[in-house]
Ligand binder design. Structure first.
Ligand SMILES: Cc1cc2nc3c(=O)[nH]c(=O)nc-3n(C[C@H](O)[C@H](O)[C@H](O)COP(=O)(O)OP(=O)(O)OC[C@H]3O[C@@H](n4cnc5c(N)ncnc54)[C@H](O)[C@@H]3O)c2cc1C
Length: 397
């Protein structure tokens, strides 16, 4: 290659964002290296998808319905007040609940099928982005390329290196979760697997997700926003809240826990430097939000597609060393990210779920506006709820 480059683009991180960026760049005809520190299939949380990911999934040329549970919508439930509200999501576009290990492996292998050189079990240690090119040092080699895509998830390679990660306070502090299998037949379970909806149970210290997976399995997790009760270890907290929920008692009767209890903390941040000289971040490397509205993989797909298309355009226009190459796309990204951020913040404000979500049946327009946000239909100018969220307070850029 010209100027001694080994690749046009090196993509660091082989999750949904990295595999998407790499595949689309290869489809544009560029020579791409995709580096992943783990070996697929590796466990990853984040199983509930949004319908407006579908256009990007179609560009990747994969069938994401294969072996996965169809997701019709989202149901918000307060068991204390016996309120329940269903929002249909797979209306114009379809989406799924899926296990991330096999799904991420499929995306990664799909990148290879499109001509991407893929390396697993190779961790990137250092990067240096200069006007003349990018140097990358991993634990297995050194590479020189024209452009870097940081898709390292919450490791946020560039953001942590440059100390540009800002925590978003007041959202979920940590999550504790596990999986169950052999969910027994019964009215509650049969309805859950028929609709494939995600259930979000509102509880005093945060919320619980119930995600039906193919093969009559369930992913169940508790996200804690308040201080953790001092009399209880994190693992016991999950058990305590599962035991206190009548719905979960019905669903889990006779079921078997099939995974360890896992904990993830330190969610929700923005990365102030999402792009710069010869690099761009996508997916969680650009920012991460509390997962109550399942926006993570959707933002990973859409941000990766935007980054890949812009790098291609930059190569064509000879603008690859312009640090502002991604400026316009970044505004688009922020429109989506900030909408979700403000919506999640609202979710945690007292009574908003009761006043907005559970009251939506009285107001079909409001119900439609909420459903569109929950679907990921964010880049529009006719959603009154989105407009009022964005107008409610200025967001940092
Ligand atoms: C508790 C919880 C629940 C969630 N629930 C949902 C949900 O229901 N729906 C949803 O859409 N999202 C959910 N998410 C968010 C979702 O998991 C992420 O948004 C999504 O995985 C982002 O994809 P990504 O490709 O950006 O990052 P990742 O999927 O994390 O991929 C990044 C990859 O980079 C690799 N990597 C990191 N550093 C290096 C390095 N130095 N060198 C090489 N490789 C490296 C990692 O091994 C990893 O494979 C949830 C998150 C949490 C914490």
């Amino acid at each position: 290659m010209q100027n001694g480059f080994d690749f046009d683009v090196v993509v660091v991180g082989g999750g949904p964002a990295g595999s998407t960026a790499a595949t689309l760049l290869a489809q544009h005809g560029h020579k791409i290296l995709l580096l992943e520190r783990d070996k697929h299939p590796r466990f990853h949380i984040g199983e509930s998808m949004l319908p407006f990911s579908e256009p990007v999934v179609q560009r990747l040329g994969i069938d994401w319905s294969e072996g996965n549970q169809f997701k019709s919508g989202a149901v918000f439930i307060d068991e204390n007040t016996d309120q329940r509200m269903y929002f249909p999501l797979s209306v114009y576009r379809k989406t799924y609940q899926l296990e991330r290990g096999p799904f991420d492996q499929k995306l990664f292998e799909n990148a290879a099928k499109h001509g991407v050189e893929t390396h697993q079990e190779e961790k990137v240690l250092e990067v240096s982005c200069q006007s003349g090119g990018v140097e990358i040092v991993s634990d297995k080699g050194r590479y020189r390329c024209r452009y870097l895509v940081d898709a390292t998830g919450r490791t946020a390679l560039m953001g942590r290196k440059d100390r540009t990660i800002d925590r978003i306070e007041n959202l979920g502090k940590f999550a504790v979760y596990t999986h169950f299998e052999q969910i027994q037949p019964g009215e509650e379970a049969d309805e859950l697997f028929r609709s494939g909806s995600i259930y979000v149970l509102v509880v005093d210290i945060g919320w619980i997700w119930i995600i039906p997976l193919s093969g009559r399995r369930l992913s169940v997790g508790l996200v804690v926003q308040k201080e953790r009760p001092k009399d209880c270890e994190v693992e016991d907290l999950l058990q305590r809240y599962l035991a206190a929920s009548p719905i979960l008692n019905r669903l889990l009767a006779g079921a078997r826990q099939s995974a360890p209890i896992r904990v993830e903390a330190d969610f929700s941040y923005t990365n102030q430097n999402r792009h710069g000289l010869r690099y761009a971040c996508c997916g969680d490397a650009a920012g991460f939000l509390d997962p109550v509205f399942s926006s993570g993989v959707f933002l990973a797909f859409t941000s990766a597609a935007r980054v890949a298309d812009r790098i291609h355009q930059g190569f064509i226009e000879g603008r690859e060393a312009d640090p502002m190459l991604h400026a316009v796309d970044d505004e688009e990204y922020l429109l989506g990210f900030n909408t979700m951020r403000l919506f999640v913040e609202r979710f945690y404000q007292s009574n908003i779920v009761h006043n907005l979500f559970f009251e939506a049946h009285r107001d079909p327009d409001l119900k439609d506006q909420i459903a569109r946000l929950l679907s990921g239909d964010l880049w529009v100018d006719n959603n009154a709820l989105q407009k009022s969220l964005l107008a409610s307070r200025p967001m940092p850029g």
